[in-house]
Design a protein around this ligand. Structure first.
Ligand code: ATP
Length: 287
């Protein structure tokens, strides 16, 4: 019964979307075959659309900031990109392949290539090192784990990646510390290290520095920059415009679940085309 009602709701939302689509200026679709992308995705919960007809791509080696007021759908968009939610409409693609048309196993492989850092660090009550290597362990496919095992036998060291990731966030000496002894900023840096330790191709960050002081924020922003330089595609949802300006190559402005503007950071910040984007960037549009 609930499933049927859910389907009816989804259909009703679909009809409303189709009507609205005709009335709206469409964002130009960048045809990206190399990277992680959502294409014309819409998604909602219960009777409400949260994301409407959004197209956005993240290519390897670039950082895209998703900015917008609170509750505008940034987290939902990241969750669609991470293949956590299946969109009500539209497609999620990696390198041109429709992720939700893949087998469950192949989709899991795609998810393994995507690292996520949430607003809350969500660490386990153990040491820093174990937290970071845990991410590496669960994210690896059996094939990779086997390869890692053979590499260890040959003298290679999987813990190198853990050490390197901790070094990247300035916590090279903190491996043996229990997470309970960390400050909020340090915990968030461990969470970042955990996401990066298994060598993902894409990194999705949801307000990764919202509760952090300037020093911890700077460490995370530097790590974002390093990740991008190493060729990862990074998407960061933030309501901190200054942060977006500091880290992003491109900026996507999300308002009321719709992408109202997307373009190179410099252009969007200095000369936004959409008057609502301009208001938001100038701090007039506060929700
Ligand atoms: N699982 C869910 N079930 C029901 N509603 C949800 C769910 N996830 C998100 N929403 C709703 O979708 C809307 C957008 O939420 P979302 O977290 O994506 O926005 P946001 O831009 O990331 O907000 P913030 O900046 O405050 O974190 C909100 O109204 C939220 O309540």
């Amino acid at each position: 019964m609930t499933g049927h009602r859910g389907q009816q709701r989804a259909e009703r939302r679909g009809q409303q979307r189709a009507e609205r689509r005709g009335q709206r200026r469409q964002e130009p679709n960048r045809r990206v075959t190399d990277g992680l992308a959502v294409r014309n995705v819409s998604h909602g919960f219960d009777d409400t659309d949260v994301i409407e007809d959004v197209s956005l791509a993240v290519e390897r080696g670039e950082t895209v900031a998703i900015i917008g007021p609170s509750g505008t759908g940034k987290t939902t968009l990241l969750r669609l990109l991470s293949c956590f939610h299946r969109p009500d409409a539209g497609t999620v693609e990696t390198d041109g392949a429709d992720v939700w048309a893949l087998s469950e196993r192949d989709r899991l492989d795609v998810r393994r290539r995507i690292g996520m850092v949430f607003q809350e660090a969500n660490l386990f009550e153990t040491t820093v090192r174990r937290n970071v290597s845990y991410g590496q362990h669960v994210r690896r496919s059996w094939r990779d784990r086997l390869a890692q095992w053979f590499s260890r036998l040959r003298g290679g060291d999987a813990s190198e990646a853990v050490a390197e990731s901790l070094d990247l966030v300035g916590l090279a000496d903190a491996g043996s510390r229990p997470v309970g002894s960390l400050s909020g900023g340090e915990a968030q840096r461990v969470s970042f290290a955990r996401a990066i330790a298994y060598d993902p191709e894409f990194l999705l960050l949801d307000e990764p520095t919202s509760d952090l002081d300037p020093r911890n924020t700077a460490v995370i922003e530097d790590a974002i920059d390093t990740a991008r330089t190493r060729g990862l595609g990074v998407a960061v949802a933030t309501h901190d415009m200054n942060q977006a300006e500091r880290v992003a190559d491109r900026v996507a402005v999300l308002l009321g679940g719709r992408l109202i503007e997307v373009g190179p950071a410099e252009r969007v910040f200095t000369n936004p085309e959409d008057p609502r984007a301009r208001k938001f960037i100038e701090g007039e549009l506060v929700y």
